[in-house]
Design a protein around this ligand. Structure first.
Ligand SMILES: [Zn+2]
Length: 378
């Protein structure tokens, strides 16, 4: 930690003080702002001076790694160059959380959360919701060491997907902190762990942050990668392991179709796919069937009927589910020549390809009509 209470219960931040002699600091008594326990001032060696708990502490602030501390320090130094107000390790008693780097920029409150170790994906979601309840936008940042990539793809774990979505960027992006900020923009689904991504990097300069929040408004779709994914799913490469995929297959049996002969309109990437751990072929076939079977003609009526089921099967919040469903319905609208944002649901025809080869031909026709970009307002 970089902050502690001094003997007068004043909050002392090491990152804001440059010249305090170590001997003097070590003689003072310091207390943790979270648990109020006494903490040690540590300085010397390669580490930047910091406060740390005694080894038997159970405080949430006691398990901090060097990596996490260094990430916070770099983010704090950067944010100071452009923010109207900034605080490292800001304590937010209303939500019982300590933000890594809290700041205000153009009147909006943000928090950089540096996540260095794997966590439960629900923890990422809950923390984000807690901040949002205080009108704070969270920007999740991972250390560059966790970046697993090739030139065009990114490999991410579940909790990283969650961080990617929860950052609220659109299209879904994941940020990695090294000497600069590396940003992966996800543009096609390949498997629950692999996405096609494009990469950019942002220098940690005063203008960098406004570029980050303003310049990334649309995602270039990667139809080629998508077609490859569709081809694999046609020829039996998509495994049906989850209860949800079995449920979808059972529904399809009513129409005497195996899943690999799903309609060509199913299985394409929409940006919200990053929130789902089910393959697009599976969940979109589910939605497609639901649209076919629904008596409703308007999107809002249909979603009213379906929301609870979608949330249950896909394990999503209401907000996520509505966003994902509207993205997919809009894709269907475009494919049927309707205007996106039309409130009417597209009229779908109940027919299935008869063979994988026929299906693949149909997929190629759809592929030619896919939108190139997804706009922020989807
Ligand atoms: Zn503590």
């Amino acid at each position: 930690m970089f902050t502690a209470y001094d003997e007068k219960r004043q909050l002392f931040c090491l990152l804001d003080q440059s010249e305090v002699p170590n001997d003097q600091m070590k003689q003072l008594v310091w207390h943790c702002p979270i648990c109020e326990e006494a903490v040690l001032y540590r300085a010397g060696g390669k580490n930047r001076p910091h406060f740390s708990h005694y080894s038997n502490s159970s405080c949430a602030g006691s398990a901090e790694t060097k990596e996490h501390r260094e990430g916070k320090e770099r983010l704090y130094a950067w944010v100071k160059t452009f923010a109207e107000e900034v605080e490292v390790e800001k304590w937010l008693p209303m939500i019982d959380r300590r933000a890594d780097v809290w700041f205000r920029y153009r009147g909006v409150h943000y928090v950089f959360e540096m996540q260095c170790s794997p966590v439960d994906r629900m923890a990422i979601r809950e923390r984000t919701l807690a901040y949002e309840s205080q009108s704070i936008q969270v920007l999740w940042v991972l250390p560059a060491e966790l970046m697993k990539r090739t030139a065009t793809a990114i490999y991410i774990q579940e909790w990283q997907q969650e961080a990617c979505f929860q950052t609220g960027s659109f299209p879904p992006q994941l940020m990695y902190l090294g000497q600069q900020l590396s940003i992966a923009t996800l543009s096609a689904y390949m498997s629950p762990r692999k996405f096609i991504a494009s990469w950019s990097s942002l220098p940690l300069t005063p203008s960098g942050f406004s570029l980050l929040i303003h310049d990334h408004l649309s995602v270039k779709n990667e139809p080629k990668a998508q077609l490859f994914y569709k081809q694999q799913s046609r020829y039996g490469k998509v495994k049906l392991q989850t209860a949800f995929s079995q449920h979808v297959q059972e529904r399809l049996y009513r129409y005497k179709s195996p899943l690999y002969l799903h309609p060509a309109e199913c299985g394409w990437f929409v940006p919200g796919q990053v929130w789902v751990s089910e393959p697009p072929v599976v969940w979109q076939t589910y939605v497609w069937l639901s649209l076919i079977e629904s008596e409703q003609h308007e999107f809002h009526e249909w979603i009213n009927d379906e929301l609870a089921e979608v949330m249950k099967w896909l394990g999503m919040s209401e907000r996520q589910a509505i966003r994902l469903m509207s993205q997919y319905v809009q894709l269907l609208q475009r494919l049927h020549g309707q205007k996106p944002n039309d409130t009417l649901l597209p009229t779908l025809e109940l027919s299935f390809p008869k063979s994988a080869d026929e299906a693949h031909r149909q997929d190629r026709q759809i592929y030619a009509r896919l939108p190139v970009t997804f706009k922020k307002t989807l």
